[in-house]
Design a protein around this ligand. Structure first.
Ligand code: NAP
Length: 310
């Protein structure tokens, strides 16, 4: 099958012909319709994850997908061939990624029925991204009435987190570089949407006493940590150890590793089904142009960048 893969350690990713993966016990195989680009994929491609996960080559990139179940491994309940699903590739090793015609994923924790309301591109933007947003929400604790600064809010994680935190009564101050991005964040429930060109001044203008928590999805946390009140929290998807956080003597550090669970995936799809969560897709790329999708990630995007696998 055709896959976007790293052939051996240190090589840049490229299209390769690789074997179709077989589902192990507890897994399903999915004919992938769409897969979205995440920071994780960029990091794996750059070799940054070598110390954290076993790498098996050829290593197919891609964490988050939507598609149709095409084979069911032993000991799987609740899924049948033909089910339209979304999910996350989240095995302890890296090899059977989502930028391919077929992938495999753990049925209990990494796959869920895809909501009818979502296109393939949107469905492929919910599993990993949404699980991460839910982990951040859990780390924030009770957000009701609290001022929550989300730095990097225009991306896939931030657009979901803004909605989730606002729905729980948080006063979300969300950053966006463009007018279009800030307008969308207000529509998604942010109380304030601010340009991060002068982040500290923009936040002080709407929260003169500071914020209760900051969520670090982008930017420099040393710059905005002073905005967090004493005893507050910084949640980061980018700093993975407490000692990496600024001002840890007065602000609680909360490193996040987004990981799916069956409950989290069902909660996310349930919110989509009842109309209370929107999934934002910035753009779709053809599989031939997956390298362009990787290059575009992180720059003035609004929502997720998705690759359509045909
Ligand atoms: N630890 C984990 O398990 C985990 C899981 C998922 C994601 N992540 C990380 O979490 C972050 C968010 O993920 P994502 O997929 O939502 O990213 P994304 O789609 O790339 O969104 C990030 C957004 O941040 C904005 N931005 C760029 N530079 C900025 C700056 N200096 N200050 C503030 N905003 C800036 C960009 O939009 P504008 O410039 O147009 O505003 C961009 O759309 C990424 O760094 C990703 O690697 C980690």
């Amino acid at each position: 099958m055709r896959a976007y893969a790293v052939a051996s350690a240190g090589e840049p990713p490229a299209h390769h012909d690789v074997d179709i993966p077989e589902p192990d016990a507890g897994e399903v195989r999915v004919r992938v319709a769409a897969a979205s680009v995440n920071g994780f994929d960029i990091a794996v491609a750059a070799g940054y994850m070598a110390n954290f996960f076993e790498h098996r080559y050829p290593l197919v990139l891609g964490r988050e997908f939507a598609g149709v179940v095409d084979a069911v491994g032993p000991d799987v309940e609740g899924f049948e061939v033909g089910d339209r699903v979304l999910g996350v590739v989240s095995k302890p090793h890296l090899q059977e990624g989502a930028f391919a015609e077929y992938t495999t994923a753990v049925a209990d924790s990494g796959v869920v029925a895809a909501p009818d309301a979502l296109t393939d591109a949107a469905a492929a933007s919910l599993g990993h991204t949404g699980s991460t947003a839910l982990s951040i929400l859990a780390a924030l604790g009770d957000v009701e009435g609290k001022k929550i600064l989300v730095v990097g809010a225009t991306g896939g994680v931030g657009t979901l987190l803004t909605q989730l935190a606002a729905a729980e009564g948080g006063e979300v101050i969300a950053t966006g570089r463009t007018d279009e991005g800030r307008q969308l964040l207000l529509e998604l429930g942010a109380t304030h949407a601010v340009d991060y060109a002068d982040l500290v001044a923009a936040v002080r203008a709407v929260a003169p006493d500071g914020v209760d928590a900051a969520v670090h999805l982008h930017g420099n946390p040393t710059e905005f940590a002073p905005l967090v009140k004493d005893g507050g929290t910084i949640v980061s998807t980018l700093l993975y150890a407490p000692e990496m956080f600024p001002d840890a003597d007065r602000i609680t550090p909360a490193p996040i590793a987004g990981y799916p669970t069956g409950d989290a995936l069902r909660r996310l799809t349930g919110l989509v089904d009842d109309g209370s969560l929107r999934v934002i897709v910035d753009r779709e790329h053809a599989f031939d142009d997956v390298a362009d999708a990787f290059a575009a990630y992180g720059h003035e995007t609004i929502g997720n960048i998705v690759v359509i696998i045909d």
